[in-house]
Each structure stands twice: as structure tokens, then as C-alpha cells.
Design a protein around this ligand. Sequence first.
Ligand SMILES: Cc1cc2nc3c(=O)[nH]c(=O)nc-3n(C[C@H](O)[C@H](O)[C@H](O)COP(=O)(O)OP(=O)(O)OC[C@H]3O[C@@H](n4cnc5c(N)ncnc54)[C@H](O)[C@@H]3O)c2cc1C
Length: 377
Amino acid sequence: MGKLNSYWEQNQLKGIDYTIIGAGITGLSCALRLKKMDPSKRVVVLEKGVMPIGASMKNAGFACFGSVSEILSDAQHHTEQELIDLIRSRSAGLEVLKSLVPPQAMDFKVHGGFEFFTTDQEQLAASCMAKLDFVNGIAQEALSSQSVIFQEVKNRFGFGQVLGTGLVNVKEGQLNVGKMMRHLLQRCAQEDIWIIPGVEVLGYHEGPNSCIVHCKALGDLSTEKLLLATNGFTNGIAAGLVTPARAQVMITEPIPQLQVKGTFHMEEGYYYFRNIDQRLLIGGGRHLDFDGETTTSMETTDNIQSALDRMVRDIVLPGVTEVKIAARWAGVMGVGSQKRPIIKALSDRVFCGVRLGGMGVAIGSSVGAQLAELSVK
Ligand SMILES: Cc1cc2nc3c(=O)[nH]c(=O)nc-3n(C[C@H](O)[C@H](O)[C@H](O)COP(=O)(O)OP(=O)(O)OC[C@H]3O[C@@H](n4cnc5c(N)ncnc54)[C@H](O)[C@@H]3O)c2cc1C
């Protein structure tokens, strides 16, 4: 890229109030909240990809707030109140998302979220069934609902090597991730939020009156406040907050006889799959190589992709002889020792909203909004 030294270029990059790094669901939602609070402010979003290339464009599109085994596993390290707060924050986050993107614009559908157990997981299944009332109590409290949210369900999907009875979360939804992101990008354009793609931020330093952001391609840029919405990539700018966690997925060509409808969790959430456009989208297998998957690389690996192939062949579609894979990809999440996101001030001028784990579709919009509100105080 040529030098950005024309009067016009330099002028447009002056007087920026808020610079957000990262055009994922968090960064875009944050930008929209900033503009809503004060339309006169200049808000710029810097994105290293030619389009958003983070987890927000790579994920599976589960609009979920937890499966029974996940909630029970969390119960080992969290108080009951914390469990309620976790579920409530995910459900509330989805409402924030829906206020930015109308449900029909992102194909939001509630087909239920299912959990099935493999034949060697009888013990886990039995303990989930035994604690169903406890989990329902937590979910009902979190959602202020009287209705039964988690119920037993038969394997009516033809899955192989699973127990005959599983569980369903009747309130779990799914959405089209690409449509969700495009709508957010369009809304940002309408609100005069300047998203500059192809700009990687290398670092920043704080001066007495502004923050100087060092960017590849753009050079140095001065901003009143700097907001990090970089999730799994945060170490590149502020080390030590987030651990990157790669997640791999694949999608089939359309399968006319596909019975899968809804979102599905197996092996305590380490495998997940859903229907989309008469195709099967399946992901997971991170537990097969935690060390190898602790990376910001977006390459897929043979061992995990083979495990996904086996899941499809043996468990999800055992009766389907020819399954063609249309695409395989990987994305990077941000995780840590706790499930809660980090929304905090790093200094008077620099703020972050990161560590969204595997729940960013549910909580990303509200993390973005909270980041915005924190930065204007
Ligand atoms: C395969 C996969 C499946 C998932 N499935 C689900 C699911 O079904 N449901 C769910 O709720 N969650 C799911 N998640 C998690 C969810 O996608 C994330 O939590 C969420 O997208 C995080 O959004 P974000 O905006 O915080 O981060 P991101 O979407 O990762 O956005 C960060 C952005 O910052 C940019 N960036 C980073 N560093 C720099 C830099 N130095 N300079 C400029 N730009 C930079 C990146 O390019 C990126 O676009 C999944 C994740 C993956 C990877």
C-alpha cells in the first residue's frame, strides 16, 4: 500500500474518539452502542482481515445457553447463583443480539438443543437424568420461566451408538452466522461507523492526551480511547488475558434424507452439530489435542478432521452411504480459567471485552454493549 500522506487521507484519520480493534460480533456491537449513546462521536473499527475473519464468521451458530451435562459440570466449580447468572447472561445477550439483528434477518429458529450420550456414557446419562429437576430449577430461575426447559427425548434421529434416551433444551435456537454478521456490518455503515479492513494493529502507546495505535499499512493513528475486541487474538496486543483455543468444523453437501433438525451436543459439548440448508454442520474434537489446539493458527488438522468424519459415519449419519464434505475450516476462540468474559479498563484510555469462550453468539452483543458503556464513563 502506498503511503497514506495525502491531505484527505490524513484528515479522515484525525479526530477519532473511539478506535475498536476487531470487527467481530463484540466489536461491531460495541461500535453500535457507542454511536447510540452519542451519534456525534467518531467511531472507527480496525480489522486485520479483508473481512471479519475471527470466530464470529467461523462459528456454528448455536444460540445456546447450556446443556444439562455442561451445567452440571459447571456446578462443580460455581455456586448456584453463579450458574443462574451464567444462563441469565446468555439469554439476555441473545435479546441484545435480536435487538440489533431482527430474528428473521439471521434465520433465527428455535428447533431445540439436544444432548445425546454414547453407549459407553451410561453413567453420565444417568446422573444427568437424575439431576434434571435441579438443572430445570436453575434454568427456570435464570429465565424467570415457569415452563420445563430440559426434558427427556427419544433418539428419533437414527443416530448410531447412542443411548435411546437423550435430553432436549426446548428453548435453544440456531441462526445463520453469515447473515448475522452481514446485518451487523450494514447497520454499522448506516450509523457512519468506519470499518477499515486489512489493518492489523501491532501495538499501542499512551500519550498524555491520546492513545497512539501502531498499525500495519496505516501507520500510527491517534485516538481518544482504544477498545480491544480481539478475543482469541488478544495476546498479540495485550498479553496474558486470554488463551487462544482453536475449534474446527466441517459442513456436508446437501443430504436429501437428513433427519437432523436442531442443535446437538455430545460428549459434554466436545462435539456439536446442527442442520443448515439441508446440510450437516459438525464441529469439535478439541479435547483430542488440547495442546495442539491452543493456537491462533486457523489451519485444520488431519487428526481432528478425521474424528469429525468418524462421528458423521458412525454416530450422526450411520445409514447414509455417501456423504460429501463441502468445506472444512477452523476458527479461534478466547478462553481462560473462568467462563465469564473479561470486560475491564486496562488504563484510563484502553479497555477490553474479551474471553467469550464458546458462547460468543449468545453473549457477544452484550459484551460489546458493556465494553462501550465502560469506555464512556
Ligand atoms: C468453530 C467455532 C464454533 C463456534 N460455535 C459457537 C456457537 O455455536 N455458539 C456460540 O455462541 N459461540 C460459538 N463459538 C464462539 C464464538 O464464535 C465467539 O465467542 C465469538 O465469535 C467471539 O466474537 P468476538 O467478536 O469477541 O471475536 P472474533 O469474532 O474472533 O473477532 C475478533 C476480530 O479481531 C480481529 N483482530 C484480532 N487481532 C487483531 C489485530 N491485531 N488487528 C486488527 N484486527 C484484529 C480478528 O481478525 C477478528 O475479526 C464458536 C467459535 C468457533 C471458532
